[in-house]
Design a binder for this molecule. Sequence first.
Ligand code: HEM
Length: 499
Amino acid sequence: MAVLALLGLLAILLAILHFGRCRRPDEPPLDRGLIPWLGHALEFGKDAVKFLSEMKKKHGDIFTVQAAGKFITILLDPLSYDVVLWESRSKLDFNPYARILMDRMFDVRLPEYDPNEEKAMLRMTLQKPNLSSLTKAMSFNLRTVLLYDPSIASRQWKEEDLFHLCYSTMLRAGYLTLYGNEMKDYEDVASQTKDQAHSLEVYNEFYKLDRLLMKAARSSLSAGEKKKFDSIKKDLWELLSVKRLDGRANRSVWLDSYKQHLVDLGVDEDMQTRAMLLQLWSTQSNAGPAVFWLLLFLLKHPSAMAAVRGEMEKTLSRKQTTGQVHEISQEKLDSTPIFDSALNETLRLTAAPFITREVLQDMCLRLHDCREYRLRKGDRLCLFPYISPQMDPEIYEQPEIFKYDRFLNVDGTEKTDFYKGGEKLKYYTMPWGAGINVCIGKFFAVNSIKQCIFLFLTYFDLELKDPKAKIPDFDKERYGFGMLQPEIDVIVRYKLKEQ
Ligand code: HEM
């Protein structure tokens, strides 16, 4: 009897939840899905591109879906993105959702602070005037990780998974650059050996965590996975404890400034350490996958590889193509339009962040073509530039194909004019986000990716083990979280060149 009553109550509750919200006049089309409360959460999480493309076909470029009790309005018209990107924080705020994710993924809970102030302060530490010292440190650390590994020195062919090779190289070198080295002298062999071992340990633990992070973000870890996730985090907190970091040499200005910012907020040491892991993810989870996709596209497209190699050899002096890549000046790093186009094209195809805002008050959204929609307080608003502009066939011919010169004009300068509905687009590709959420590490990331690819192409013979190997599909769970990762890896053979 009691069970029946309970079921009845549950049914009423579900019915209330199900029939509780209807579309009001002037609101975007509403699609709640068939399952009460859960709505479209499963399809959304499983493959956001497939799901949102189907919704776009059904409803057009703005619609609201229900997912796990939340109503999310999706806007897919790049001509209207500005309205969202620059709206005041009193109406559309990025921060509440970021705080939810910080807690779910990294157990980080910080006191209230002004995110714009924090961003402005940290931007200085990753851009000029600190960019040149970061770039130089990255160059040293890339060599420590990649060239001075004893297993490389033998000059024998080695087989490895390309994603693993790129992700570990970039994360280890990026970690050493931002979080510091064992000793001050980069050339000290004992210090290099310790840096190699320690950075590998950090990478190995981080990689295990990374396998579970998407599920953690969606609160869908099983009990067993949750236990494993918590234990990996504990190991990483040991490795990144602020006490341990304080003892490292060559710490970046970014690290010291971020730590000071936490101290100023009154955050205790445990929470500071957790924040250090969160930052390892925000600074290191994208550049490695970018190097992977770019190298893979170059290996699969010989004309692109030849063009990038040709430009590299022309740009770098002879000394640099035969040994001393660490001295590449910023001026030279900035003189590679072919490489830049190939990188932009790679990121167009493989960077898929959501740009998310919490709606803090009932408001009206006026789109580029003067359509007006009402948004409700408590809902979420989300842009997904991967569907449009990045993969939009109206903007890019054959958008699914890698064309290394897509972002080049015939005179070799950067192409920036792309159109939709006859109108020139301000946002034609958005791998770095935009507006107040733009990536503050972009310039450092581009320098680092360039240095890493140049190092691979200069020092190594590198080829696909199976030249016919297909470019793998994406791990579709990762849509919305930045750079995509492959569903399966691709094996390469590589060895140090005879110089
Ligand atoms: C290919 C490489 C990279 C890509 C595609 C990328 C992309 C992005 C995107 C899309 C965002 C905005 C996230 C959001 O608002 O939800 C972001 C934020 C951020 N990125 Fe990057 N990023 C890359 C590399 C880096 C690197 C190497 C660093 C630092 C060394 C870095 C530091 C940051 C930081 C600190 C933020 C947060 C900024 C904030 O507080 O809003 N990124 N990145």
